[in-house]
Design a protein around this ligand. Structure first.
Ligand code: IVH
Length: 665
């Protein structure tokens, strides 16, 4: 492999893992493995500036902007910290600081809290704004939600500065997290993978009463402003504590490297007894004067570093491997383990992801395997203790060749890691999975039904596919002993009201492979009735923006199957929306047809996502990066200087928010 190929491979892998982690909350590799890949890419990019790519994963500071909050530019950018898992890099950091400063210094040791970061602005002793980190330059204004967190003071006391910002971490304590997941499980709602996701999900909730009920907590760890009381970071935070903030009681100022390691070693084990999640230690040069001397790199301060703890792992025996079948027929191998205690819970099962992972681990039944939790609910197997094998090597784990539920031979599509059961029509978990997807909130939103009810109705032969839902009658449901009249009525009402769900969501609800919400929207726009979609050719489909061959093939395959056509026909009969309504069709123009537009900056009248939608509705294309192909830039306040420079160089027109709105009006 050439260096360029390795770089491309690393970028593709990191993009994929990033997506798995942030979008799907289903990481396939440990944080450490991710960080190692990232580190390798950073090093290669440093050595080879000729392979610069403005969309490389190394450029990503991560973003959590969502559409319904107003975006606010940070007065001081919210940087991240340099990360390491290695003690020798801690030593390097310490020695570097010592050499650069060439005078006595103190290090403030802190816990690295694993939640979601927040910036709070206070003016005249009152909380005026709470903003998420966003992309580091600007974030979402979540003030109303943050106000519900009891440990964040709304009004200060004592001798606080007139204006300042304080940053910290919003956390969901383990206890609240576990209680929340128990409740969600009872309501058949998806569980949060870890307290971090639960905290950030909660903070972005549209209703602050939901936030209030979720019992979040916050620790503040960084004070910023023009008129802070002291030069010392530690001393400033002690002051902040006196104004009413919750500051960690575990911060320590130290003077030697040995004391730094003592702190690390102590907390590596002791952190298990904390009420909240932590994933490392943060070391900061205490004096702000010295911090200024040390300065910043492009992404992080030179005066601080994060040392991350190795995820906790346990060694246990692999008893057997079982296989689960999902809605699309995808097979997930599951390791059944000798129960073992890990980070406070007993682990009996772990995900093995796919055949390649099993092969890569060279797993044998009876092997002693390492299980890691890394803050996730579903633990994973990260290695095998081959020394423990001795003479008696168990049977090699061989991926199954037939579906464990229906016996059909499995298939594997080119370029995909997963095996599939192709028996869509009669494989029970696939049928039930499709019904569950159909009724889910973002699809038909039939919330009077849940997976358990679906399972019961399926087992009793009352439903065999989604069209059967619309034939259900109250008396059928009442005949099932656990349902009363009231809940039967409720179920029927929920099903009835789904008849008004618009075409694009019905299309998503059908569960055509690779047709997620966004693709469904695009298809509904390009083919304004299901008849047109059904008769579209591969070429017609691929002409639609962002529909590639894989998706197009899948749509063709769906309609090539007579049972799918029949299903759609039955759904039509009962009255589902299979074409775009007048209202949906209006609002679409081709004013921006053929134009590629880059959005940059912060806007006053609409959110970024709203602008994106406007561009699409008017036939334009959104793009994340400026190039010679860019037609114009829609620029709000605070457009980044690098982008501005690039636009100037390429002579690309820049439209203000008002000019753009005028163009469309
Ligand atoms: S200081 C410029 N201190 O870790 C330094 N960060 O990558 C600003 N974090 O985004 C951060 N505990 O969300 C600092 N005691 C601590 C922290 C901490 C957790 C998070 C924070 C930040 C990330 C650093």
């Amino acid at each position: 492999m050439t260096t360029k190929e390795r770089i491309d491979w690393l970028r593709a892998e990191l993009h994929r893992h990033n997506y798995n982690y942030y979008v799907l909350s289903a990481p396939e590799i440990s944080d450490k493995e991710f960080d190692d890949l990232m580190r390798e890419l950073q090093d290669l990019e440093k050595e080879h500036p000729e392979y610069y790519d403005e969309n490389s994963p190394t450029m990503r500071v991560g973003s959590d902007i969502s559409k319904d909050f107003t975006q606010v530019a940070h007065k001081y950018p919210m940087l991240s910290l340099g990360n390491t898992y290695s003690e020798s890099e801690v030593t390097d950091f310490y020695e570097r600081v010592k050499k650069s400063l060439n005078e006595d210094f103190e290090i403030c040791c802190e816990l690295k809290y694993d939640g979601t970061s927040i910036s709070l602005t206070y003016e005249n002793g009152k909380l005026v704004r709470a903003v998420t980190r966003g992309d580091g330059e600007k974030g979402d204004d979540v003030t109303d939600n943050v106000k519900t967190i009891r440990t964040i003071p709304l009004v200060l006391h004592g001798d606080y500065p007139r204006v300042f910002e304080i940053r910290g971490e919003i956390l969901m304590p383990w206890e609240s997290f576990e209680a929340l997941n128990r409740e969600r499980e009872a309501r058949e709602e998806p569980l949060f993978a870890n307290p971090r996701n639960a905290a950030s999900g909660t903070l972005k909730s549209q209703s602050s009463s939901v936030v209030a009920a979720r019992k979040l907590d916050a620790y503040l760890y960084y004070l910023l402003g023009e008129e802070l009381p002291c030069d010392g970071h530690y001393e400033n935070l002690q002051k902040a504590a006196s104004w009413g903030f919750k500051i960690s009681e575990h911060m320590r100022k130290v003077h030697t490297l040995q004391e730094v390691f003592d702190y690390i070693n102590y907390w590596d084990t002791e952190r298990k007894n904390l009420p909240v999640a932590t994933d490392g230690i943060v070391l900061k040069v205490n004096s702000q004067r010295q911090q200024r001397n040390l300065g910043y790199t492009a992404k992080s301060p030179r005066w601080a570093i994060a040392y991350k703890f190795q995820a906790e792992r346990a060694l246990t025996r692999l008893n057997k491997v079982t296989y689960q079948v999902g809605r699309t027929g995808a097979i997930t191998p599951v390791a059944n383990l000798e129960p073992v205690q890990l980070s406070g819970t007993i682990v009996k099962r772990a995900s093995l992801h796919n055949a390649d992972i099993i092969e890569g681990l060279d797993l044998h039944i009876g092997d002693m395997v390492y299980v890691e939790k890394g803050g996730e609910i579903i633990p994973k197997i990260t290695g095998v203790d081959t020394d423990a094998r001795g003479m008696l090597l168990g049977e090699k784990v061989k991926f199954i060749t037939r579906c464990p539920e229906c016996g059909t031979p499995l298939v594997r599509f080119e370029g995909e890691a997963a095996h599939y059961c192709p028996n869509e029509s009669t494989c029970p978990p696939q049928i039930k999975g499709r019904i569950e997807h159909f009724i889910s909130r973002r699809a038909m939103n039939i919330d009077s039904l849940g997976p358990e009810t679906v399972d019961t109705l399926y087992r009793l032969d009352l439903i065999k596919d989604v069209a059967d839902l619309y034939q259900l009658q109250e008396k059928d449901i009442i005949s099932v002993d656990r349902f009363g009249k009231k809940s039967a009525e409720n179920i029927i009402k929920g099903i009835k009201s789904s008849l008004t769900v618009p075409y694009e969501r019905v299309l998503f609800a059908l569960g055509i492979r690779f047709v997620g919400e966004t693709v469904a929207k695009k298809l509904a726009k390009a083919f304004d009735s299901i008849d047109k979609l059904q008769h579209a050719s591969l070429e017609d489909l691929m002409e639609v923006d962002e529909i590639g061959e894989k998706i197009a093939q899948s749509v063709i395959r769906y309609f090539a199957n007579p049972s799918n056509v029949e299903l759609v026909e039955r759904l039509k009969q009962v009255g589902l929306q299979f074409s775009r309504s007048e209202e949906e069709q209006s609002g679409y123009t081709d004013k921006l047809a053929g134009q590629t537009i880059v959005i940059s900056g912060v806007f006053a009248h609409h959110s970024r996502d709203e602008y994106k939608e406007m561009i699409e509705k008017n036939g334009g294309k959104n793009s994340g990066s400026i190039s010679a192909k860019t037609s114009f830039i829609l620029a709000g306040e605070n457009m980044g200087p690098a982008k501005l420079e690039k636009a100037r160089k390429l002579g690309i027109q820049i439209l203000t928010e008002n000019e753009f709105l005028e163009l469309l009006s």
